[in-house]
Design a protein around this ligand. Structure first.
Ligand SMILES: NC(=O)c1ccc[n+]([C@@H]2O[C@H](COP(=O)([O-])OP(=O)(O)OC[C@H]3O[C@@H](n4cnc5c(N)ncnc54)[C@H](OP(=O)(O)O)[C@@H]3O)[C@@H](O)[C@H]2O)c1
Length: 324
């Protein structure tokens, strides 16, 4: 396993981390046996992973509590990132929403106490706000409140998890030096952060956590046009209608570009994110031991050659009603 600096925080993180959403949230991911969750965490740590990502909303605290119970059985120091949800319960705050209603200091204080209890620690390693709007950039009250909590020793590093509809909304706080950490979607389809967000983060020494490197599974190359998702798996919606066929065609085009490279699709998907110099850690979602071994194994591969990185840039896919 290779380890990277987590921005300027002084933390050294394994370049492959563990995404723990599915461990807690059966309402999105369908059935998940806690025994498989424990075994996959165990295997990942044995292979050198020292970074786990979770959130309050992953099964209403279940993912956090499972991680707490698991870490009680281990001696090594593991860095855990967790997230505070919006107080209003409304994701994607609209431009008119006031941060005083969504992330007031009183709310953040209360929420952090709950995160500390769920994780069984006195100080959080990394706490990110689970959403954001650029409407708050000129008056970033929630980040100033988090800075106070950092001074008080409740959290070591603070930041934001990008709202997927406007990831560049966090570029202001990055430039203004208000965050230690950003969690962002960056993958073979969504390459937009390479334009501004990632270079700014690198310049400012902000730790970068890459999420959804597999585009919720499509970039593992395992789906075809007949794929049916089990009831209760949100991917039935995410890949619904024409999107499934479009996605399969696009993954086939990536497969064609990988011929002769020696990489499988999931290996290339992770290596592409690791090739960006701003990346501190990529956190593939992991649900079983085989996935832990496959994903962690990518750290042993040679870095993706630049010529292949450039070849794969053409697979960027901006999904929206204006684009095919
Ligand atoms: N901040 C946010 O708002 C936010 C949003 C999304 C995710 N996240 C974080 O980012 C992490 C990663 O994102 P994600 O889990 O949503 O999506 P992802 O990493 O793109 O996809 C993960 C899924 O792909 C499948 N998979 C994983 N490794 C595989 C392999 N080697 N071969 C084949 N299939 C494999 C697994 O599902 P199956 O086995 O069921 O196919 C797994 O749950 C999450 O766990 C969470 O910690 C944060």
């Amino acid at each position: 396993m290779h380890y990277r600096d987590f921005g300027k925080t002084g933390m050294k993180v394994s370049e492959i981390g563990f995404g723990a959403w599915a461990l807690g949230d059966e309402s999105w991911w369908g059935k998940q046996d806690d025994k498989d969750s424990f075994k996959s965490l165990e295997r990942a740590l044995e292979l050198g992973v020292n970074f786990i990502d979770t959130a309050a909303v992953y099964g209403d605290g279940k993912s956090e509590k499972l991680i707490r119970e698991f870490l009680k059985t281990r001696k090594e120091k593991v860095i855990v990132c967790t997230k505070t949800p919006p107080a209003t319960g409304v994701w994607r705050p609209n431009p008119w929403e006031r941060w005083e209603d969504v992330y007031s200091e009183a709310y953040l204080r209360k929420d952090i106490e709950e995160r500390l209890t769920n994780l069984g620690v006195d100080c959080l390693d990394i706490l990110v706000l689970h959403t954001w709007t650029r409407a708050w950039n000129k008056d970033p009250g929630p980040l100033l409140a988090l800075a106070k909590l950092k001074k008080e020793g409740k959290v070591r590093a603070i930041g934001i998890s990008t709202p997927e509809h406007d990831q560049d909304s966090v570029n202001g706080p990055i430039r203004d030096g208000l965050v230690d950490a950003i969690q962002v979607i960056y993958n073979l389809f969504d390459q937009e952060p390479a334009a501004e967000l990632l270079p700014s983060a690198k310049e400012k020494g902000v730790g970068i956590i890459i999420r959804v490197a597999f585009d919720e599974g499509s970039l593992t190359g395992k789906y075809n046009k007949e794929t049916k998702f089990p009831a209760g798996d949100f991917r039935g919606e995410y890949f619904k209608g024409e999107r499934l066929g479009d996605m399969v065609d696009r993954v086939d085009a990536i497969k064609a570009d990988l011929v002769g490279s020696g990489y499988t699709v999931p290996q290339a998907a992770l290596l592409y994110t690791l090739a960006n110099p701003a990346t501190s850690v990529v956190i593939p979602g992991i649900r079983n031991v085989a996935q832990a071994e496959m994903n962690v194994g990518v750290s042993h591969l040679p870095p993706m050659p630049e010529v292949l990185q450039v070849k794969l840039r053409k697979h960027a896919w901006r999904r929206g009603v204006w684009y095919p």
